[in-house]
Design a protein around this ligand. Sequence first.
Ligand SMILES: [Fe+2]
Length: 308
Amino acid sequence: MNNTVYYDSPVSDDVRRRRLYDGQLFVYSPRPSTTAFIAFARSMIEEAFEGLDPRTAQKNMPVERYAELLGKLKPAFIHHPESKRHLQNIFNEFDCDLSKTYFDVPRMRSSTSDGYLTTGIAFAWHPHRDTWYSAPGCQINWWLPIYEIESDNAMAFHPRYWNQPIKNSSAGYNYYNWNKLHRGQSVTKIIKEDPRPLPRATEEIELDPQIRIICPPGGMILFSAAHLHSSVPNTSGLTRFSIDFRTINLEDAVARKGSANIDAACTGTVMRDFLRGSDFSRLPDDVVALYDDETVKTGELIYDPNRA
Ligand SMILES: [Fe+2]
């Protein structure tokens, strides 16, 4: 049963992964590596906003200009070589073996208040499991706030669905086609309605009970890719800025360990996006092949490890 939030748990990475695969949550206080990472992120954000407080800048800027600013800031953060170095430091400090831990590039996210901008570059996530988007059951998600967060601009987990399948549209989602469709397309222009065919629940979701973990800036939340989670509709008056990235442990991937798939029907796999912590090499082809399906042959194999 998934019923536990481990706070600053001293368990090893091996034990932690087992518990995450069972649907438990882990939360950690800020550590030197995460504090350094958010200081780096803050410096980029504050430079981009040119003196405006990033959390209230939405009140002083036309939405088009705001989207344009984020459209430059976020890819710059994702592609910055420093971002990868910070992740290495974080994995070391969190007891992950760099030679077996694979990661995808860290994304910077923003959640504006009161529906100012909730599409495209500032997409507001409906309740979803990452496993609906071609993530394997052994994927672990890491999430940390860059500034203070509050209950009404946080992220929510919906634990009652851990063991309960949800009717969803993931069968229509193929990772390679999705990348092909969006190659070269600027999400900055998507201000009103988002045309991206992202899988979602096709039945009514009961959002409560839900868990919102409020940790300080640089605090870290870890959860399984199979957990149903969503962006809380932001009514705080402040824009939330956060970072998230994902990891896969090589041994678990080879042994097909991870959370059980109870309702994902998507095709393709995100496995090619992952880079090894020690040297940024990709997962071995034979390991990726364990997670692939026939669409790898029929479709055009397009993936982008640096996608925004
Ligand atoms: Fe997600």
